[in-house]
Design a protein around this ligand. Sequence first.
Ligand code: ASP
Length: 419
Amino acid sequence: MEKQKKKLSLTTSIFISLVLGVIVGVLMQNVSDIAVNYIKPFGTIYLNLIKMVVVPVVLLSIMQGIVSLQDIKKVGAIGVRTIVYYFLTTALAITIGLIFANVLNVGAGYVLPAGELTYEASAAPNFMDTLVNIFPSNFFEPLSSATMLQVIVIAVFFGFGVILAGEKGQPASRAIDSLAEVSFKVMGMIIKLSPIGVFALICPVIAQNGPAVLLPLLKVILVAYVAYILHMVVVYSSAVKGFAGLSPIKFFKIMSGPILFAFSSASSVGVLPFNMEATEKLGARKEISSFVLPLGATINMDGTAIYQGVCAIFIAQIFGIDLNITQQLTIILTATLASIGTAGVPGSGMIMLAMVLQSVGLPVEGIALVAGIDRILDMGRTVVNITGDASCAVCVDAMDRRREAKRLAKQAKNAEAAK
Ligand code: ASP
């Protein structure tokens, strides 16, 4: 109870500092350079600390998850279910984003501002290159450059290695357990700084752009949020109800802490410890959630996929470009891949948007238009991202329990028959 009280007060204080950041930002509009020069750096420090701890947290908790499942067949079954769930929900998310953006005509009424749009686009990698790049050729390089998909590949191979090493792998297994715990504690310390970090991140954005930056783009924000909410309410509610028999109300009630934290921090990875706690309360076993959640915080970004779909249609519409069905299907495919490659830290979804736009020949400069409101879109998409991860942990856990029960029943029946 004591712990609950403490955690609530942290999420509440994060929310308060978010509101304060907006108010102070509005007040500092005339002295925005002070906000940018002296407040923003604290936001950068906070982000740096999160980025610092991302690699050990993801590496160690995925290894810990795999090792604690012990039996390779079990890891395989859980891994396959998790990946299938992540893929399907992401593809659904982007489809919902595209439908809403098309039906609500997200770009209608927007007048392109005069002057130049500039955005430095990076070259879009092709599919085979993306595939090859998932597999690292060096152990240390992905860790130092925080190339998260490669870090996951390392975690998976070495996690299996520990299981296969049997008795001799035991010291490694204990070391992983201990180091994972240590990284979570480090993460915990950084999270305590969130109220400062959140304030320092939002205040200069508002001071520099003013709340008026939102007005012409209000429709993009509205469409994205309608799609975010619909995806959460329809897809996740039916999933937890259908697979785990869990009441969606209970699900969202327990998830309110992580959701609020995701909204204010815009970082899936930062939410991990909150999400672990919440999914345990929802009944998912630790060995499942410590595998499913860090993986999800890295590769499962349904909110980001929705955002990419909405922005792609917005940019197409304001530039007067008609996207045919093949192009929209291409967007579904590339946004699914792009959301996998999106890191769970603030702002990374916008960088990956370039890849989606380029895949169908849309002007990447369009990103400059939505850049001013990215933070607001990011807060919502991060909420969807982490809620998707939690729903997956709950569903995969329920499926695994059923599988286990079936196996035991079969065993009992065989034993009965053998008598
Ligand atoms: N901020 C998001 C997250 O951490 C990623 C994104 O920018 O889309 O989940």
